[in-house]
Design a protein around this ligand. Structure first.
Ligand SMILES: NC(=O)c1ccc[n+]([C@@H]2O[C@H](COP(=O)([O-])OP(=O)(O)OC[C@H]3O[C@@H](n4cnc5c(N)ncnc54)[C@H](OP(=O)(O)O)[C@@H]3O)[C@@H](O)[C@H]2O)c1
Length: 337
């Protein structure tokens, strides 16, 4: 089925209910670490696979593509640009991000200072082969740069037509900082943040405390990253730690320490049981739970293969009962008691 669309936060823009993640495009792992100082190791998603994934997403009517200046050391933006060159750029909502270190050894080569923001947006536009991005996220908060400085700089990028909307990708406990930035924008007449991008899934629930209240109160959209917890919520990992060979996440030390915990496996058991009850995949249930949440705008799904992507894009068709939603809601908190 064609993907439905939804309004992006407080904007007039319509985006697909599921966004397309491109984090692994060009991402090179050497001995389990992301590195670009040699051609060794593995590239998680090469350009041919990236184009296949984008084709599959577009064929389902998907329009919302998420990238960042640092993904794959720039390859993600570059390959999206190559793919877009054969299409009508106006059919797509392109979101990118700036903040992460891009110039090793240069103290001004990261963060949200004016020099870095202005240089990086031009590099991103050049790689993407477009005059503007629909949405620019600050990839994280920057405590070194005054909020007044970056809100004014970002407002300038909007005035110049390089960016249409602004977002911030950070989670709890940055709520007060986001509110401060938007209050500065309101007082000065600058463009505010209208979208947030925090991590959110059945086992990473921190934003439920205050962050979601902030978003609801200020009308900010929530575009969650890692909705499947890097693949943990697809049911392919088991407590006995017998990892499938085709899983790149299993080779990543951060994945093992953060996700492969006993309490997370308790949550996975509940999710798997519900998937069996409704005759759906575990990933469908994990995504359907988010899609049902009134504060969630459009989760960003990742996929290593076209088959995974097509499976994930079917999540919108899965219906769960109130009782099943309640059991999923309670699964994490119950596992902590
Ligand atoms: N703002 C930020 O700081 C931030 C951080 C992270 C991500 N993001 C954005 O969010 C996007 C999604 O993040 P993510 O990749 O972590 O998302 P995710 O949906 O939680 O995980 C995606 C991974 O799970 C596995 N997977 C997905 N669907 C599957 C299926 N149906 N069956 C089996 N395995 C499946 C695949 O990995 P394997 O095949 O390797 O197991 C895939 O690469 C990124 O691409 C990026 O655009 C943003």
């Amino acid at each position: 089925m064609t993907l439905e669309t939804v309004s992006l936060g407080g904007t007039g823009l319509e985006v697909s209910r599921l966004a397309m993640g491109t984090w692994r495009f060009g991402r090179r792992l050497i001995d389990g670490e992301e590195r670009y100082d040699s051609d060794d190791g593995i590239v998680e998603t090469n350009e041919e696979r990236a184009a296949d994934l984008l084709d599959a997403y577009a064929e389902r009517g998907g329009n919302f593509i998420d990238t960042a200046d640092k993904y794959g050391d720039g390859k993600s933006e570059e390959w999206i640009g190559n793919w877009l060159a054969d299409r009508d750029r106006e059919d797509f909502i392109i979101a990118t991000k700036i903040h992460r270190p891009r110039r090793p050894g240069d103290p001004n080569g990261e963060g949200l200072n004016r020099k870095h923001l202005r240089r990086q947006i031009d590099i991103s536009l050049d790689r993407l082969g477009t005059d503007y991005v629909d949405l620019l996220y600050c990839h994280r908060w920057d405590d070194r740069t005054p909020a007044e400085e970056f809100m004014r700089t970002l407002d300038g990028l909007v005035s110049e037509g390089k960016v249409n909307y602004l977002g911030i990708s950070s989670g709890s406990p940055d709520e007060w900082k986001i509110v401060k930035a938007n209050e500065i924008a309101r007082r000065r007449g600058y463009e505010p943040f209208t979208v947030t991008q925090p991590r959110y899934n059945l086992v990473d629930r921190e934003i439920e405390a205050n962050y979601m209240d902030m978003c609801r109160d200020y009308g900010l959209g929530i575009v969650p990253w890692s909705p499947l917890a890097w693949g943990f919520l697809t049911g392919k990992y088991s407590r006995d730690r017998d990892f499938p060979d085709d899983s790149t996440a299993a080779a990543d030390a951060r994945f093992k320490s953060h996700y492969l915990t006993e309490e997370n496996f308790d949550v996975l058991e509940v999710t798997t049981a519900i998937a069996e009850e409704v005759g759906a995949k575990v990933a469908h249930v994990a995504l359907a739970w988010q899609l049902h949440h009134p504060d969630v705008t459009a989760p960003i799904v990742g996929a290593s293969t076209v088959e995974q992507l097509e499976e994930n894009l079917d999540a919108d068709d899965v219906s769960l009962t109130d009782d099943q939603f309640a059991r999923l809601d309670e699964a994490k908190t119950a596992s902590l008691v």
